[in-house]
Write a protein that binds this ligand. Structure first.
Ligand code: ATP
Ligand code: MG
Length: 567
């Protein structure tokens, strides 16, 4: 499948994989992985990485692993492990049972560390982490060698054994690779391999009090699992020489060398109006700027899911943005377009009134109800239709009435006739005000000859508006969202500024008194609909038949572009 048939143009990683397959570099194997650290929830950037890795394996008949890079017990939790598993599954990436944990490799890693000590390639260092940093030097200035660098192999073996046995307090000693304190690549200046940390681990409990550093562990995890293409983001490009050094050092003098994966770096996804580092997302949660990791305004997979995004739309989005070697920022409107296109095909149409204005049809018989037929999805004839109750008192959208209509306003105003979607033509006769002068009701007449929404005499109206029957409608809460950050680049704050500065105080608008057509009371959490003329909506986790709650996923069109140009 890999080298035959017509294909779309390949991205640079696909080209590398195809080249490796052609040259038989890995005996025809393609084995990728997604290696999250369980220290937060996954975000849409991770989705890009997941789908890239899984997609490569799938396209080439290869394998894809899900592996937790759980080497730092201070920040990692089971809650994150569970959420990550759920999110990867929801995206549709299948690891076919190959779920692994770096912590399962701790014994093996420790064994290799001992081998490096024995080869004189690693030493126990008693400097504090501050001293290590201070002696590291700068890119243009060599670092200083640690005074402990030339300890004997025996002393190093003994100290490392005692580090592991728990004889020393946190931070007292480290194991460092003995590489080159003058290397222009700072990652090669005797990096730390192990640190002492008397902290229980979410999987290994208190079995360990030394933990491997990410840079020591990461390449070894890939090696152990036989990963062929170790795909990561650009910031790891200058860690690659270190990963190579570690594996070469282990392999030196070894009759059966351990597997040496090929690392390939690509540009991470950044989105406008969004922050995308786990650290910042955690701050948003901890400081209660949002309601949790799955707040529908968050760029987390859990947030996107709760808001109502679909895995199909996210996959399409990741396909469209492609894979590049240079960082750039993608307009969040592109993601919204993808979900709009997906839901336009699939989401049943319903009527909902967000800001109700009462309408009384003065010539409609009191106490009468009739069932009108409404088409479920004009894009999908198989979706059929449903009955919608109609009666003398209705609600329409406040915005659909103007007492003094501005030019081109064709909706309801005194004396004007409009169509009620799938119902009748109605004409506004009068607006009723309360004591404060606010319009509280419209008195209209309907034309019984226009049932279904067309006039036998052929007369036309310029607008069709949506409505619900007051007596039958269910009252609901509807949550509307705006960007979480006003700035397109919230991280690009001026010197001394704070990225929180551009948090949008109006990112959530809660409407407590929306009225929905009655069938929507039964919607289960996660069910998606198009509310006619208002956008795509999803029943929230908080929904119940007594109190339906809906999230707006997106409006029907991208209005942001216009608004931003104006302001
Ligand atoms: P963050 O940088 O967002 O705080 P992280 O990169 O440290 O998170 P990891 O758990 O280490 O989170 O990430 C797992 C994988 O996801 C890594 O291979 C990483 O390169 C990739 N990844 C993380 N962020 C992005 C992104 N914005 N776009 C594409 N891939 C990403
Ligand atoms: Mg990372």
């Amino acid at each position: 499948m890999s080298s035959s048939g017509p294909k779309a143009s390949l991205n640079f990683i696909e080209e590398i994989v195809e080249e490796d397959l052609r040259t038989g570099r890995w005996d025809g194997r393609v084995h990728t992985r997604f290696p999250p650290e369980p220290n937060g929830y996954l975000h849409i950037g991770h989705a890009k990485s997941i789908l890239l890795n899984w997609g490569l394996a799938r396209r080439h008949g290869g394998q894809f692993n899900l592996r937790f890079d759980d080497t730092n017990p201070v920040k990692e939790e089971q809650e994150y492990v569970d959420s990550i598993i759920q999110d990867v599954q929801w995206l549709g990436a299948d690891w076919e049972g190959r779920l692994f944990f770096a912590s399962d490799y701790f014994d093996q890693m420790c064994q290799w560390a001992i081998e490096l000590i024995e080869k004189g390639k690693a030493y126990v260092c008693d400097l504090t982490s501050e001293q290590v940093s201070a002696m590291r030097g700068a890119p243009t200035r060599p670092g200083q060698e640690s005074p402990y660098r030339n300890r004997s192999v025996e002393e190093n073996l003994d100290l490392f054994r005692r580090m592991r046995a728990g004889e020393f307090p946190d931070g007292a000693r480290t194991l460092r690779a003995k590489i080159d304190m003058a290397s222009p690549n700072l990652n090669l200046r005797d990096p730390i391999m192990y640190r002492i940390l008397h902290t229980p681990h979410h999987r290994t409990g208190d079995r360990w009090c030394i933990y491997p550093m990410y840079d020591w562990a990461h390449g070894l995890e890939d090696s152990i699992e036989g990963i062929t293409h170790s795909i990561c983001t650009l910031e790891f490009e200058n860690h690659r020489p270190l990963y190579d050094w570690f594996i070469d050092a282990i392999n030196e003098g070894r009759p059966e060398p351990i597997h040496h994966p090929r690392q390939i770096e690509f540009a991470r996804l950044a989105l406008t109006h969004t922050v995308m580092s786990k650290r910042r997302l955690l701050e948003l949660v901890r400081e209660h700027h949002v309601r949790g990791w799955d707040d529908p305004r968050m760029p987390t997979i859990a947030g996107l899911r709760r808001r109502g995004h679909t895995p199909e739309a996210i996959r399409e989005f990741c396909q469209r943005i492609g894979v590049a070697k240079a960082n750039s920022t993608v307009d969040i409107a592109q993601l919204e377009d993808c979900v709009r296109e997906d839901l336009n095909r699939r989401a049943p149409r319903r009527m909902a009134v967000l800001r109700p204005l009462r309408v009384v049809l003065t010539n409609y018989p009191e106490g009468q109800t009739e069932q009108l037929e409404a088409v479920n999805n004009p894009e999908n004839p198989d979706a059929g239709s449903r009955p919608v109750p109609f009666s003398r008192v209705l609600y329409i959208e406040r915005d659909d009435f103007r007492e003094v209509p501005p030019p081109k306003f064709h909706r309801l105003s005194p004396g004007k006739e409009v169509r009620l979607r799938c119902a009748y033509f109605v004409t506004c006769q009068e607006a009723v005000r309360d004591a404060a002068g606010e319009i509280i009701e419209l008195r209209c007449t309907y034309d019984p000859a226009t049932r279904g929404g067309s006039a036998p005499d052929g007369r036309k109206v310029k607008a069709t508006i949506h409505w619900v029957s007051a007596e039958h409608a269910v009252q609901a809460e509807v949550r509307l969202f705006d960007h979480l950050f006003r700035a397109a680049d919230p991280s690009g704050v001026p010197e001394g500024g704070d990225w929180r500065q551009s948090l949008n105080p109006h990112s959530l608008e809660t409407i407590g008194d929306a009225r929905l057509e009655p069938g929507l009371a039964a919607a289960g959490a996660g069910e998606r609909f198009q509310f006619e003329r208002l956008g795509y909506f999803c029943a929230d986790l908080d929904t119940s038949p007594q109190r339906p709650v809906f999230n707006r996923i997106v409006t029907l069109r991208d209005t942001w572009a216009k608004i931003e140009r104006r302001s």
